[in-house]
Structure formats: structure tokens, C-alpha cells
Design a binder for this molecule. Structure first.
Ligand code: GTP
Ligand code: SPV
Ligand code: MN
Length: 617
């Protein structure tokens, strides 16, 4: 008997009878096992060696050209009641979904190895951590799970102790998009994924378990499973505050999590500590604060755009022991992607001689998989069993217009409304058109395992006596000027915005009340070390009441999709903001501009009755 847990042995037996593998391998998670798997994949051509001098033990995987991203239209939530999955998810009845998947899985592992991968999401000794077992026929998936989770014997021991686990069954199948489904059965704590070997479709511990299934469990059990980075910001006084931030896929979580302070702030003593870059599980602690863990043990990060300028910490961890997927290669065998440097690669992501006429050399959703321990800014508290206390929650999207650089919610309910209102321009992280504005509440559109209306209600339910909730902010690093260029420098300079937020949390920074929320004056942001034209900063902090009224009206239509299930509180928050906007645009006024002089403005910039507020101590 491979495991002392009968339920686990039985499930593995059942799956083996269905899928008919040539052999079964129970993963122990040792380095020797990882090295042996890597050697086999190199031999079979599933991995390619990279330059061993510049990138020791780094490999390249080229996925099937039709299997390069998540497939949201093929990702289902299979609950007994359709309404429990909500209008935000494709739905299928569980019996129908099981039948469909079992037909695909029948005999699919003939001649192949069935790997049993016990894993733990979160520090192995953490009460917040949860375990699962993924069965897969992909060695590439096993290798990624080794880097991304706590995989192997210690996880198996915890599963045997606890007696339960999330069941994930995966096969790469034929990689035929017509025979590709990612099915979730939250009521059974089970996942079945067929026909893709890529990232979030295949590494079942990540989006499938740690977000879709976990969000369902979190609602039942009173915690939150979120698509958020976790970062520690140490101020010059030596205090560290932790921030959790939800940005949609490929919208800057990895970058913010690994931020390197700009030179002037570094000299002043600011430091940044990475806890996680994609997923955050948080629960109220005994002290009433929200405590968070990163359930992952590695990073599956976007390669394009990663450079010494944008993310030096990432670059420093990627020159050894990394698996690259769908990047380009230089003539001397080094990984390369757009935005890295001025070299011209020899081969594109499909292994063909690079020809710019065929598009980018690296796939826009090419990625690296690397252990978090290789990150120079990895927090010494990232593996603390109790997690880290969260001082602020940040929502943000990719919005070229309207959304200002930063604003603060007046309270929790307003913050939840801001999260629910999030919109973002789509990226290459999922199949389909890029750059299309869509609603992506809390960056969870592709990842919430149940009805968004219930999810918003769950978020609102934290507003209760005894909890000391974080402040909630909204940011937008992606606003563009009339020349089509980003107005804000972004990356390391985002710390200037985080510093204002933390000062707000400590009660030490001013803010102006506007109809949409509280905002810094231009001079409240430390932009001394920045060459940013005053007009750009003014534009970044500008609130356009007319545009915002349209935004809030559109939000009303969106909320309408959830019918009576939508919490009334959310709609009343939307109305309150809409009324404040209407009042502001009806009342032309003298508004203090950012340089202190008074100028006549018809609408714009600030609420005429702006008051400077200070957060309570
Ligand atoms: P997933 O792993 O898909 O969940 O995404 P992520 O949110 O971790 O994305 P990541 O940090 O890798 O962001 C990728 C893209 O955002 C790249 O194109 C970056 O160049 C861009 N980006 C990140 N931060 C900034 C910023 O502050 N300003 C601008 N203009 N672009 C940014
Ligand atoms: C995302 O798309 O949000 C990711 C990458 O983090 S994947 O794991 O492929 O979903
Ligand atoms: Mn993600």
C-alpha cells in the first residue's frame, strides 16, 4: 500500500483503472527525483538545455503552439445548482461533467507514467495551509509542482494525518482544443483537467485549487482566497507593513511584489520584502487583524517586460535552476524575451529561426517557473506558520483612462464596492482578444469558484465588530496621456504611492475627499526624486465627474446581472458615489489646485467641498 490513507490508495486505483497507465510513480519531492525527471525530459526532448555557463540547470519548455494560456471559456464550475456558479462562470451539471471527463480520461495514459503528486499549499506547518493530490501524466507538470508547491513526502504525511485532500486529476491528452476542459467540483473538492499542459490549466494546485476550490471553502469557513500578491514594506523607521494587492493577470503583481525602491527612497532606508506574487489566503487572527499566507512556494511569472530596469530582483533569480516556457533563445543558448535587452534572439518561442515578420520572438504569455527562495527580496517571514498581518488591501486594473493613480475607500463597504467595480484591459494570460476592457472584480473573474453575488456578500461580511480591517485603496499604473504613453513611471516608483497609503494607515498623511474616494494632493506624494511634469501628476490625480458618472451607471448594469442575489449594500454604495458625483458636477466652484493657488474651474479635479481628512490614530 503506497499510502496509509485508504481513501487515497482507492482513488489512485480507480484513476489507474480508468486511464490505464504503463506505470505509477508516487512523488517523494526529493531533489534527486526532480533531477531524474529533468534528465528524462531532456532526453525525450520535452525540455531543452539552456547555456550551462550563464544559466546553470535552466531549461526551456516549448508548449504546443495552440496551448499557451488559460482557456476561460473551457473552465467550468460544476455545482448542483447552476445559480451557485453564478453568471460569472461557465457551468455544467456535475453528473454530466463527470461523464464527459471520464470519457476523455478513459485509456488516456496508455504507455505513459501516472504521477501521484501530494502537495501542500502554504507552509507545511501552517494552520492556514491546505493539501491536495494531483494525478498527472505530465513530467513537466510534476517538475513545475516541485517548484511551485511543497510537494512530496511531507505533504503526504500531512494528508495522512488530516485524512482529507483536494483531488485533482490531469492529463495533457491530445492537446486538441476541442477536447479540452478544466472542470471544478467544489462540492466534492475535486478537479478534472484534460487537454492542456499549460500553467493554470495543468498545475492544479494553483488557480484550480488555491483559488477556485479554495474560494468556495473560504466562504464556508470564513476566510478569503484571493488573486493577490503579498509584499512587506519596511519604512525608514524600521517598521514593516504588509500589503495585499489584487491586479488582474499580467497587470503587475509580480513586479510590485519584488519592487526595488527608487534610489532616493533606498537611501532614505526603505526596503521591500516579497511574500507572494499571485495568491493570498487570509483569515482573521485572534487579534482581529487579517493574517495572510502565500499558498505557493514559487513564482510562475510573465517573462516579457522583465528587465534590470523593471524588475531586477526577478532577473537576479532567473539565472539558475529555472524552467522557462515559450521564451526565445539567443545564439549562445540564453533565454530571451521582448523587453529584456537589445540582443536579437536566434530562435523564436516555437524553435524556429527568429523572423520579426512572424511577431514577437517570445510568446507574450511566456513564463518562468522558479523557487521563491531564489528571490533576493524573499521575506524572512514568508514561511511563518501564522502568516503576516495585512495593513492595506489594494485593487488595481489596467486602465488607460479615467481611473486615477490612487484613491482610498472611505470604509470597508466602499472598498468592497471598488473591488467589485474593477475593470481591466485583457492581456495575453488568457486566450482571446488582448486590450479589451472587461469587468474583473477583485481580479477574480477567471478564478472565483462561485457566484460573484455571494462572493461580494462574503467580503462585506468581514465588516463586523471585533475585526480590525485593513484600509482599502485603488490604484492604476496604466493611465496614458494624449500621446499614448504611460503617464506614471511605474515599477520601483510605485513605492511612492505605497508610502502614501502606509502613511494613511498610520494616520500621518493628508487626503482630499472627492466623490470617488480620498486622494492625495500632488504634494502628499514623494515625487522629489522623480522627473514627472506637474501636468502629468495633475492628470494622474484628476477626477472627471462626467466620465465617472458613466462608469458608475455602467456598474449599475453590471450589478443588475446578479439580480436579487446582489447584496443591497453594494448597490447602495454605488448610488452614494453616483449621487456625490452628480452633486459635484452640478456645482461649479473654485478649486484649489495642486500648487496652492486658487484657479477657477467649472468641474474637474476635486469636490468643491473638499476637506482635508486625517485617518484616526
Ligand atoms: P499573473 O502572473 O498573470 O497573475 O500576472 P502579474 O500580475 O503577476 O503580472 P506581472 O507583474 O508579471 O505584469 C506583467 C506586465 O505588467 C508586464 O508587461 C509589465 O511590464 C507590466 N507592468 C508591471 N508593473 C508595471 C507598472 O508599474 N507600470 C507599467 N506601465 N507596466 C507594468
Ligand atoms: C494568471 O493568468 O493569472 C497566472 C498564470 O497567474 S496561470 O497560472 O497560467 O493562470
Ligand atoms: Mn495570476
Amino acid at each position: 500500500m503506497p499510502s496509509t490513507l485508504a481513501a487515497l490508495n482507492q482513488w489512485v486505483d480507480e484513476v489507474a483503472r480508468l486511464t490505464q497507465p504503463a506505470r505509477i510513480h508516487w512523488c517523494d519531492g526529493t531533489q534527486a527525483e526532480y533531477a531524474a525527471l529533468g534528465a528524462q525530459m531532456l532526453e525525450r526532448g520535452e525540455l531543452h538545455a539552456l547555456n550551462p555557463h550563464t544559466h546553470p540547470r535552466c531549461t526551456l519548455h516549448r508548449s504546443h503552439p495552440g496551448d499557451v494560456a488559460r482557456v476561460e471559456h473551457l473552465t467550468y464550475i460544476c455545482t448542483r445548482e447552476r445559480a451557485d456558479a453564478g453568471p460569472n462562470n461557465p457551468w455544467m451539471a456535475p453528473a454530466e461533467a463527470h461523464a464527459k471527463m471520464d470519457a476523455l480520461f478513459a485509456g488516456c495514459m496508455r504507455g505513459r507514467t501516472l504521477y501521484v503528486v501530494p502537495y501542500c499549499m502554504g507552509p507545511i506547518d501552517s494552520p492556514l495551509a491546505r493539501c491536495g493530490v494531483e494525478i498527472t501524466d505530465s513530467a513537466y507538470v510534476v517538475a513545475n509542482m516541485y517548484l511551485m508547491t511543497r510537494m512530496g513526502a511531507p505533504a503526504l504525511a500531512r494528508i495522512e494525518r488530516e485524512g482529507h485532500f483536494v483531488k485533482g486529476l490531469h492529463s495533457t491528452g491530445e492537446l486538441d482544443p476541442e477536447r479540452r476542459f478544466i472542470m471544478h467540483f467544489p462540492e466534492e473538492l475535486a478537479i478534472k483537467s484534460y487537454g492542456s499542459g499549460y500553467g493554470g490549466n495543468a498545475l492544479l494546485g494553483k488557480k484550480c485549487h488555491a483559488l477556485r476550490i479554495a474560494s468556495w471553502q473560504a466562504r464556508q469557513e470564513g476566510w478569503l482566497a484571493e488573486h493577490m500578491l503579498i509584499v512587506g514594506i519596511q519604512n525608514p523607521q524600521g517598521q514593516t507593513h504588509y500589503i495585499a494587492a489584487a491586479f488582474p493577470s499580467a497587470c503587475g503583481k509580480t513586479n510590485l511584489a519584488m519592487l526595488v525602491p527608487p534610489a532616493d527612497m533606498r537611501r532614505a532606508g526603505w526596503k521591500v520584502w516579497t511574500v507572494g506574487d499571485d495568491i493570498c489566503w487570509m483569515a482573521p487572527g485572534k487579534d482581529g487583524r487579517l493574517w495572510a499566507i502565500n499558498p505557493e512556494a514559487g513564482f510562475f511569472g510573465v517573462a516579457p517586460g522583465t528587465s534590470t530596469r523593471t524588475n531586477p530582483n526577478a532577473l537576479a533569480m532567473l539565472d539558475h535552476d529555472t524552467i522557462f516556457t515559450n521564451v526565445a533563445v539567443t545564439a549562445d543558448g540564453q533565454p530571451w524575451w521582448e523587453g529584456l535587452d537589445a540582443r536579437v534572439p536566434a530562435l523564436d518561442w516555437q524553435g524556429r529561426p527568429f523572423d520579426p515578420a512572424r511577431g514577437p520572438a517570445a510568446h507574450p504569455n511566456s513564463r518562468f517557473t522558479v523557487s521563491a527562495r531564489q528571490c533576493p527580496s524573499f521575506s524572512p517571514h514568508a514561511e511563518d506558520a501564522q502568516g503576516v498581518p495585512i495593513s492595506a488591501i489594494v485593487f488595481g486594473g489596467r486602465r488607460e483612462s479615467l481611473l486615477p493613480l490612487v484613491f482610498e475607500a472611505r470604509d470597508w463597504a466602499h472598498g468592497v464596492m471598488l473591488g467589485a467595480a474593477m475593470g481591466s484591459e485583457t492581456t495575453a494570460a488568457a486566450s482571446g482578444a488582448v486590450g479589451v476592457l472587461r469587468r474583473d472584480p477583485m481580479a477574480m473573474k477567471p478564478f472565483c469558484g462561485y457566484n460573484f453575488a455571494d462572493y461580494f456578500a462574503h467580503w462585506l461580511s468581514f465588516d463586523r465588530p471585533g475585526l480590525q480591517l485593513p484600509k482599502i485603496f485603488h490604484v492604476n499604473w496604466f493611465r496614458k496621456g494624449s500621446d499614448g504613453k504611460f503617464l506614471w513611471p511605474g515599477f520601483g516608483d510605485n513605492l511612492r504611492v505605497l508610502a502614501w497609503m502606509l502613511a494613511r494607515c498610520e494616520g500621518g498623511a493628508a487626503a482630499v475627499d472627492t466623490p470617488i474616494g480620498r486622494m492625495p494632493h500632488a504634494h502628499d506624494l514623494d515625487t522629489a526624486g522623480l522627473r514627472l511634469p506637474a501636468a502629468a501628476l495633475e492628470a494622474l490625480l484628476h477626477v472627471d465627474p462626467t466620465g465617472w458618472q458613466r462608469e458608475m451607471a455602467a456598474l449599475g448594469d453590471y450589478f443588475g446581472e446578479f439580480g436579487a442575489r446582489l447584496p443591497a449594500r453594494l448597490e447602495s454604495e454605488r448610488r452614494r458615489v453616483l449621487e456625490a458625483l452628480e452633486a459635484a458636477s452640478a456645482q461649479p466652484a473654485r478649486v484649489a489646485n495642486d500648487r496652492g493657488s486658487a484657479i477657477k474651474k467649472n468641474v474637474k479635479l476635486r469636490n468643491p467641498r473638499a476637506v482635508v481628512t486625517r485617518a484616526p490614530q
